[in-house]
Design a protein around this ligand. Structure first.
Ligand code: PEP
Ligand code: CO
Length: 457
């Protein structure tokens, strides 16, 4: 990727200025008029999140950048229209809350909880088409574009799916907000779930010491006269949302002026945090153009081929004002390359004096095809990449700002290993993801306890 000169970006930003640039990974919609009609309709619908909430997240991320908070982004690789139920949302949120208690105890700082949900539908693909036997069809690009079923009619991109995605996101957010504020997120209840996890398996018992320390801390607070049930702080939590801003027409339709700020800044009100992926982060491309003008906090995924010059140029482009909490860089290098690939980027960004949250996505660099044919990831590789990430941060004297995990609350068998020792032969039992393999609830908690151990050092 060539690094572009500054004058290329001198033009003024508008919500549709991305349209004059190359947008990678867009569907080939068969009917452009239908797309425009759908986007106009979405443009008239209410925002899903509010600018003030996005600003709160920016403030929290500014703390993470200094080591005073820790970011947890977690959820499905791709949300699904079919797997949509109150129970699945509840169980996903439950795992995120359980992880966050463990992480907070390990780090001693608040965990910023960001769900990869309520809008994480569209996917970049490594190839535009998929061939099975003699049949070639468009690749599945996520439920807001086409259907997963390998049939010609199902794979045809259909813009009305974006509208359905909007409504499912609204319903998801409604439930998440209710759970977060309605007592479900009660600290002692979450701790009880964690104790159940630790007690219920021999492997889980390796975390008993940490779990009983948390128990003692809670009892200590109670003994001091702090009523955990009554304390609002422990009873309610903030849960933010995030997704890859891939379908730019959809994102533009939800981009609104903040009527409360005197400058009338633009916010993409489809989620609190938006990111561009490893395949859509071209410096002169449409995705980076779009993200450069919205005032939400934004993220960029950086894979092993990213150069230090590119990393710094992306910082310049997305955060020229060097605002704290504005930019998260998600390293996704792979366990074998993390040290050599991440270190030069961290050093260059630091030298350029750019404030960023460095976070680790230990999932996307560690995907491979198992002998059984399933696309999977090893828990041990995920942990190895996390260890590498923490080591690079320590060596460069920067705080490890957070993690980005693909998980589900369901008892799926998609990733290998973990305390429940999923083997290749088990993958077929419950392999339900439409895209990348996710950690199940036990593996996610396992991961949280391991990260807590790293954070305590
Ligand atoms: C993802 O987060 O699902 C994804 C596609 O990531 P990346 O852009 O890092 O490959
Ligand atoms: Co993924």
């Amino acid at each position: 990727m060539a690094v572009m000169p500054d004058e290329l970006f001198a033009n003024s930003w508008t919500p549709d200025s991305w349209r004059s640039r190359t947008a990678a990974q867009q569907p080939e919609w068969p009917d452009e008029e239908a797309v425009s009609a759908t986007l106009e309709e979405i443009g008239r619908l209410p925002p899903l999140v509010f600018a003030g909430e996005a600003r709160t997240l920016t403030d929290s991320l500014a703390a993470a950048q200094e080591g005073r908070a820790f970011l947890l982004v977690a959820g499905d690789c791709a949300e699904s229209f079919n797997d949509f139920s109150a129970n699945s949302i509840r169980d996903k949120l439950r795992v995120i809350l359980q992880m966050s208690v463990v992480l907070t105890y390990g780090s001693g700082v608040p965990t910023i909880k960001v769900g990869r949900l309520a809008g994480q539908f569209s996917k970049p693909r490594s190839a535009p088409t998929e061939t099975r036997d003699d049949v070639t069809l468009p690749s599945f690009r996520g439920d807001t574009v086409n259907d997963f079923a390998f049939e010609a009619a199902a794979r045809r991109p259909d813009p009305s799916r974006m509208l359905r995605g909007y409504h499912q996101s609204a319903a998801t957010l409604n439930l998440v907000r209710a759970f977060a504020k309605g007592g479900f997120a009660d600290l002692s209840r979450i701790h009880m779930w964690n104790q159940e996890f630790v007690a219920s398996s021999q492997q889980g018992q390796q975390y008993e010491a940490l779990a009983s320390e948390i128990e003692r801390a809670l009892r200590f607070m109670e003994a001091c006269g702090i009523d955990l049930e009554a304390e609002l702080q422990l009873h309610q939590v903030d849960v933010f949302t995030a997704h890859e801003a891939l379908l730019l027409g959809f994102e533009q339709a939800l981009t609104r002026r903040d009527t409360l700020s005197p400058s009338g800044d633009w916010y993409d009100c489809s989620a609190h945090l938006l990111w561009c992926g490893e395949r859509t982060r071209a410096l002169d491309g449409a995705h980076v153009e779009f993200l450069s003008g919205i005032h939400n906090p934004v993220g960029v995924k950086l894979g092993p081929d990213a150069t230090p010059e590119e990393a710094v140029a992306l910082c310049e482009r997305l955060n020229p004002g060097r605002q704290a909490g504005r930019l998260v860089l998600f390293s996704r290098m792979g366990a074998d390359r993390i040290t050599e690939s991440l270190s030069p980027l961290v050093r260059a960004v630091k030298l350029a004096n750019h404030p960023v949250v460095w976070a680790c996505d230990p999932m996307h660099g560690n995907t491979f095809q198992a002998e059984s044919g399933y696309k999977t990831r090893r828990f041990s590789d995920i942990m190895r990449e996390l260890h590498g990430f923490f080591a690079v941060c320590e060596a460069n004297d920067i705080p490890p700002g957070g993690v980005h995990i693909e998980l589900t609350g369901d008892d799926v068998t998609e990733c290998l290993g973990g305390t429940d020792e999923v083997l290749d032969a088990h993958l077929e039992r419950r392999y339900e993801t439409m895209c990348d393999p996710r950690l199940n609830a036990r593996q996610s908690l396992d991961l949280a306890f391991e990260i807590a151990g790293l954070l305590r050092r």
